[in-house]
Structures are given as structure tokens and as C-alpha cells.
Design a protein around this ligand. Structure first.
Ligand code: ADP
Ligand code: ZN
Length: 732
């Protein structure tokens, strides 16, 4: 183990290794800082969103440091794939777990002692074996990496009792640095990880939870299976997950999709182990497009090219939603998260909560569910709402990646409809659920209406002209305006609020913000049509190679690498090395085969090739393409900024708030405009803020503002962050 600064390779050497081993030119956010901390022998906790590239954070130092890095990973089933993936980059990796025979185990242990391993994956229960830890003491160990470290939190959703064994790690092997990794956004969990693993003054990296490549969309649920089918058909041939709440829902939806010609497989806890792992395997090896699953499906899924996640029913919390949607697009390419929402899902979810023994826990679940429902029901930027839930503030005013921000909308007056509905709630005695009330206004003939005599009330049938779906939307709007509420229990009942009276008496109008243009799907026109053909050919080759070697396709190359190939059309091994994700070892192993396919394509399509060559190489980054160009208003602000005006002056001159001006400046900085920061903010304060960003190793605002303890606020932090990013040349 090396802890002296001199022994740490220079920045350039680390960058060279990144390119040579992994074929990447740049680090993802946070990777460089985390790698550096590990290289200097510091304990580390890295919180990065799914797809953030955590494995590289320990694999790269493992290759550069002398000795073996021990990786603790919760899922035995995944270890082989992880090891295959590392080996395909030329990393000397092995694993030790109960699936090995005694002979295999011995041989791995011998390699460990002989110093022939960069990486050794093990399961946590190995630490219960004293002989094993004793053995480790005799070997040269560079550091220990704990994957999915939140599994150590006893009250968390992914708790694994054997992770508690890791608490003894520091005691048994005191000189070995520990680097913990998690994608859990929860702050108490992070504290728990540091405490349980006994990390010593750890370097903390906490990345932004914004998944820029994910597009969020919510649609009112009418006929779930039909809606799912038409969504899935848009992505035919691409991998996706469809979540349903119950086993029955999974079975029915799978059969429905299969009948409609979709290659779908089920996954739920009711299937036996063999069937479950066969289905997961088929999905992970690109042999089935869709997995329809309950939430039992997830942790073990390491597939990076999942293009969409559909929720056919409401998830129980925003944490669940974030985690489940987070499985899409780990390769960084665009992916689509599609949620079907109907308040009718709530009673069933409440039913489970009501059976919980611990009332306090049940209460927390109710709150979490209400937050989830509000997210789906309200017409507010999905990304902003989601991030705000995790304490992160999204800069700018349009995320450009959700149905709300990309759809256009108009305000429609619904006062008359609101009066009909609220009046029906009142006249039925505030004792019924939304469905019944809607049935009343639509003049339906149900047993409940007849038995309660509700066909005789004044508003019965008054809303016959509008479909049920429309009434539900109106209902959601009334809830959002707090004109009524729904009780929180197994049989939710609609109640009026005081505000409702002002509407009923005609003293107040109600309006609804309504989508007028269907959302633009992000993934449409993602890549040119011509390259799609090449992409398919490359994908076929990848599948062949994967089958020959018995590994999942993504171990060979990620989708993103294949897309980059279609963009660059490399015709020599040297050019192949330029492709993102092609390192020296992969070039040697697969380069020739992929080159052949590209060369054949070039041969057959001289026209396409000429055209592409004249365009800039490489696929357009979707985030960059989406990045909002400065609008007229921002440019106006830019003119005043260029005259050297202060923030207050610009705000005054333009009649905007400081916040709006800061938003403009963020956009301007990110598009390469530059102004001396001193005109907006005191330089001393700037240094303090910049210091916090660098010390915390983050670009997220909240930790920085919290660390400031009132010294400055979000506006100042946003401004300095935008300016810093401009100075680092991150603007376009
Ligand atoms: P996590 O474990 O954080 O969910 P992974 O380690 O599986 O994420 O990485 C997700 C994907 O990102 C992988 O396909 C990986 O090859 C890719 N990746 C990681 N680091 C980089 C990088 N610096 N540049 C490009 N791609 C990267
Ligand atoms: Zn948005």
C-alpha cells in the first residue's frame, strides 16, 4: 500500500491509463477525484447515481496500485459477469464465492498470494471466515472496495445481514484503505455507512442525482395494457422493463404483449428460481426485449443498454421510482421513463400499508405514497420535483427532458366543471370516493347510485358530455388547487376544503394547465437512419461474440461504443482506438472483427460515408443537443452584463428578480459567454464558494450551501458554479 504523495502517479499517467485500459478520453463527473483519493490511500465514500461509472473508480486504481484490490459485492450471480467485463479490458480479475469448487478456489487463492490479481471479487460472508482474513494479512492488498455499500443499513430497502460483517474490516485489517460506493441518495444512509464501516475521515464525493439522459413522462392510466403495448411498440427491438404492482399484473401483461408479438418474459417472486434466472439471463443477453416484472426484479440487473422503464402502476415512493427508472440508460444514451397514473391504484397500496404493525413506519409509507401521487398528478417539471425530493435544486427553468418541459400547454377555464364536481361531492355527503362521484356526474347507472338514491340529486348526469378520463383530470386539478382532499386510508373518501365554497358560490374561477401537443420522444431521430443499419450489423456481431465466449453482450462493447463506431466509421486499428470504450486489450481481442464489419459497410455505402465524413465525427451528445440555447431574454441580460453592470443593476434595469438573472447567466456561461465574476459577486466570497465546491468534490448545490451555514445562498452558489464550469471549458 502506498500512502505517500510522491508514489501517486501524475494526472497524465492516470489519464493515459484511463484511455489505454478502458478506452475513455474523459472521466465522468467525480471519477477523477475518487480515483485520486483512493490512490493516495484515503478512505472514501462515493455517492454516484446509477450509471455514474462507479466500477471504474475502483478498477482504475486497482490496476495502478501495487497489490490486489478486494471488491465486496452483494450478488454472487453478478460476480462472474463483473469479472468477465474486467478481464475483457485486460484487468487481472477473479472471484471467490460459494459457486466455486475447492480446486477452483485454491487456484484463485494461490493467484492472490502470488500477487497475480488486480481485482478479487468476494461476497461479504467471506469475512466471517477467520482463515480468510488471516490469509489476507499475508497478501499485498491495495484497498478494499465496497460496492452497494448501503446494503449495510439495517433499516434500508436493500439490507443484507452479511454486510454487517464488514464492520469488522477496519479492526481486522487496519492498514487497508476502504472505498465505499453507493447510489443511495439518502443522507442518513450515508452517515450510517461511514459509521458502520468505521471510515476514517473519508473523502466524500456526492454526485448530482440528475440523470440527464432520462426522459420522464406521465400519462393518465385508462387501459394499462393497451397503453403499455403502444409504448413498447415504439421501441420494438430495444430492451426495456415494464413494472407492474402484482404477480397477476405481470402474468397478464406478459401474455398480452406476447400475443401482440412482443418478445416479453415475466419476472416475479412466484416463479421458481430456475425460471427467474433463465428469464433474467435471456433479457441480459439481448435474447428477449422486454421483462415484465414486479419490484422483485432489479438489484441483480447490470445491463447498461436498457432503453426504457415503464411503470404500469404507481410505485410506492419517489425513492422507488428513482431507483427503478434509474436502471434505464446506464450507458448514458437517451432512455425513456414512462409512468401510467391513476388514483385508483392508491387503495391497493394503502391496503398493504394499513397492515403494517409499526404505526410510525406505516405513517412514513403513507407520506411517501402521497409524495409519489403528487409527483404523478401535478403538471410540474418531473425532473425538478424528483430532484427536489432529494434536496437538489435544478438550475435553469426548463429541464428539456420531461413531458411538462417539452410539451406545450395552455390554460383552460374549468370553473363550471369544478362546480359540478364539487357540488356532487357535497350532495353525496362527502362520504364517497372519486370514482363514485364521477359516476354520479356522468349519470351512470350503478348499483351503488341506485341504492344510495344518488340518481335523484341535482348534479346527477350534469357532466354527461365529458368522458371519464376528462373528469379525472379535473379532479386532479381540484386536488392540486386544494379545493378538495382525499382521505388517506383503504377506502379513500373525497372531502371539500373551505376554499371549495368560494368556487361553489361563484366567487372564484378555476383553471387547468393542459398539454396541447404530444410529448416529443427523446429517442426519436437519435441517430441517423443510415448508421442504424450499421449499428444492427455491429450488434449482431456483438451477440455472436458474446455467445461464443459465454458472456453478456455489454461485456464486449456497450451500445454507446457501437454508436460511436457508426459515427466515426473507423477504418484502421488506430482509428478504432479513438472510439469511446475501445482500449488496447479490446482492440486486440475484437478490433479486427468489428473493423471488418465497418469496412464492408464503408465499401457498400460510399455515398453515406462521404456525407458523414463531411460532418463532425461522433454522435451528438443528447444532453448537449438539448442544452437550452440562450433565449432573447437571456441575451438581453448578456448585453447588460457585458457593460459591466452588477446583478442588482441588471435585475432593476430588466424588471426581473435576481434569480432570473442568475438563470440567464448560467445559460450564458454554459454557452461560452464570459464575464468577470467580480461584477456580480465579491471575489472573496467567490473564493469561499469555489473552495466549498472543490473541498466537497461536488457540483451539487445543496451540500455546498449547507456547508456555508448561511454565509451565502443558492443564487450565489449557482452563479459561482456556472462561472467555474465556464473557466474549466465545460461550456459549449
Ligand atoms: P454504476 O455502477 O455507477 O451504475 P457502471 O460502473 O456500471 O455504473 O458504468 C456504467 C457505464 O458507464 C458502463 O457502460 C461504463 O463502461 C461506462 N463508463 C464508466 N466510466 C466512463 C467514462 N469515463 N467514460 C465513458 N463511459 C464510462
Ligand atoms: Zn422538466
Amino acid at each position: 500500500m502506498s500512502t505517500t504523495a510522491e508514489a501517486v502517479p501524475a494526472k497524465e499517467q492516470v489519464a493515459a491509463a484511463l484511455e489505454r485500459i478502458f478506452g475513455f478520453k474523459n472521466f465522468r463527473p467525480g471519477q477523477e477525484e475518487v480515483v485520486r483519493a483512493i490512490m493516495t490511500g484515503q478512505d472514501t465514500l462515493a455517492v454516484m447515481p446509477t450509471g455514474g461509472g462507479k466500477s471504474l473508480c475502483y478498477q482504475l486504481p486497482a490496476c495502478l496500485l501495487p497489490g490486489t484490490c478486494i471488491v465486496v459485492s452483494p450478488l454472487i450471480a453478478l460476480m462472474k459477469d463483473q469479472v468477465d467485463a474486467a478481464r475483457s479490458n485486460g484487468i487481472r480479475a477473479s472471484f471467490l464465492n460459494s459457486s466455486l469448487s475447492a480446486g477452483e478456489r485454491n487456484s484463485v487463492e494461490r493467484d492472490l498470494v502470488d500477487g497475480k490479481l488486480d481485482l478479487l471479487y468476494i461476497s461479504p460472508e467471506r469475512f466471517a471466515i477467520d482463515a480468510f482474513t488471516e490469509n489476507l494479512r499475508q497478501c499485498s492488498i491495495s484497498f478494499a472496495a465496497i460496492d452497494e455499500a448501503h446494503c449495510i443499513c439495517a433499516w434500508g430497502h436493500d439490507f443484507r445481514p452479511d454486510y454487517l460483517l464488514l464492520s469488522s474490516l477496519k479492526r481486522k485489517l487496519p492498514r487497508i484503505p476502504v472505498a465505499a460506493f453507493t447510489a443511495s441518495a439518502n443522507r442518513t444512509m450515508r452517515q450510517d455507512i461511514v459509521r458502520q464501516l468505521v471510515l476514517h475521515e473519508p473523502f466524500l464525493y456526492c454526485g448530482s442525482f440528475n440523470r440527464e439522459n432520462l426522459f420522464y413522462e406521465v400519462e393518465p392510466k385508462e387501459d394499462a395494457e393497451r397503453q403499455i403495448l403502444s409504448f413498447v411498440e415504439k421501441y420494438k427491438g430495444e430492451p426495456g422493463i415494464v413494472y407492474r404492482m402484482t404477480r397477476e399484473g405481470v402474468e397478464n401483461t406478459t401474455e398480452f404483449l406476447q400475443r401482440e408479438g412482443i418478445s416479453a418474459l415475466p419476472y416475479h417472486a412466484g416463479l421458481d428460481d430456475a425460471a427467474r434466472s433463465a428469464n433474467q439471463e435471456a433479457f441480459s443477453r439481448d435474447k428477449a426485449d422486454v421483462v415484465v416484472a414486479t419490484i422483485a426484479f432489479g438489484m441483480g440487473i447490470d445491463k447498461s443498454n436498457i432503453r426504457y422503464v415503464v411503470h404500469g402502476d404507481l410505485p410506492r415512493s419517489l425513492e422507488n421510482y428513482y431507483q427503478e427508472t434509474g436502471r434505464a440508460g446506464r450507458d448514458g444514451d437517451p432512455a425513456h421513463c414512462f409512468l401510467l397514473f391513476n388514483r385508483g391504484d392508491l387503495p391497493r397500496l394503502h391496503y398493504f400499508i394499513d397492515r403494517m404493525e409499526n404505526e410510525e413506519i406505516a405513517r412514513q409509507h403513507r407520506i411517501a405514497l402521497a409524495d409519489m401521487a403528487a409527483f404523478a398528478a401535478q403538471y410540474i417539471c418531473r425532473r425538478r420535483t424528483l430532484l427536489a425530493h432529494f434536496g437538489e435544486i435544478l438550475p435553469g427553468d426548463n429541464c428539456g427532458g420531461c413531458d411538462v418541459c417539452t410539451g406545450s400547454s395552455e390554460t383552460v377555464d374549468i370553473t363550471r366543471e369544478a362546480q359540478i364536481l364539487l357540488s356532487a361531492v357535497f350532495r353525496t355527503g362527502e362520504r364517497f370516493g372519486m370514482n363514485h362521484v364521477i359516476n354520479v356526474v356522468r349519470g351512470a347507472d350503478t348499483r351503488q347510485i341506485r341504492s344510495c338514491g344518488h340518481h335523484t340529486i341535482k348534479t346527477y348526469g350534469a357532466g354527461r358530455d365529458l368522458p371519464k378520463r376528462r373528469w379525472r383530470e379535473i379532479f386532479e386539478a381540484l386536488l392540486a388547487e386544494e379545493l378538495c382532499t382525499v382521505t388517506v386510508d383503504a377506502y379513500p373518501v373525497v372531502k371539500l376544503t373551505k376554499k371549495a365554497l368560494t368556487v361553489l358560490f361563484g366567487d372564484r374561477t378555476v383553471s387547468i394547465l393542459q398539454r396541447t401537443v404530444p410529448v416529443r420522444a427523446v429517442t426519436a431521430a437519435r441517430y441517423g437512419g443510415a448508421s442504424n443499419q450499421l449499428f444492427e450489423q455491429l450488434r449482431t456481431l456483438r451477440r455472436q461474440l458474446a455467445e461464443e465466449r459465454g458472456v453478456p453482450p455489454y461485456v464486449i462493447f456497450s451500445d454507446r461504443t457501437l454508436h460511436d463506431m457508426t459515427g466515426r466509421l473507423p477504418s484502421t486499428p488506430g482509428a478504432m482506438l479513438e472510439v469511446a470504450g475501445v482500449g488496447a486489450v479490446k482492440l486486440e481481442q475484437y478490433g479486427k472483427r468489428f473493423l471488418e464489419v465497418v469496412l464492408r459497410y464503408i465499401d457498400e455505402h460510399p455515398d453515406v460515408v462521404a456525407e458523414r465524413r463531411s460532418a463532425p465525427a461522433g454522435a451528438v451528445s443528447p444532453a448537449a443537443a438539448r442544452k437550452k440555447r440562450p433565449g432573447n431574454s437571456a441575451l438581453e441580460t448578456g448585453k447588460l452584463a457585458a457593460q459591466g453592470l452588477s446583478l442588482e443593476k441588471i435585475a432593476g434595469e430588466r424588471g426581473c428578480t435576481r434569480g432570473t438573472i442568475v438563470t440567464h447567466l448560467e445559460t450564458l456561461f454554459s454557452h461560452g459567454h464570459d464575464y468577470p465574476i467580480g461584477q456580480f459577486i465579491d471575489e472573496k466570497l467567490r473564493d469561499i464558494i469555489a473552495g466549498h465546491f472543490s473541498r466537497l468534490g461536488t457540483t451539487a448545490l445543496r451540500p455546498v450551501v449547507e456547508a456555508a451555514q448561511g454565509e451565502f445562498g443558492y443564487e450565489e452558489a449557482r452563479l459561482v458554479r456556472a462561472w467555474l464550469q465556464r473557466q474549466h471549458g465545460e461550456g459549449a
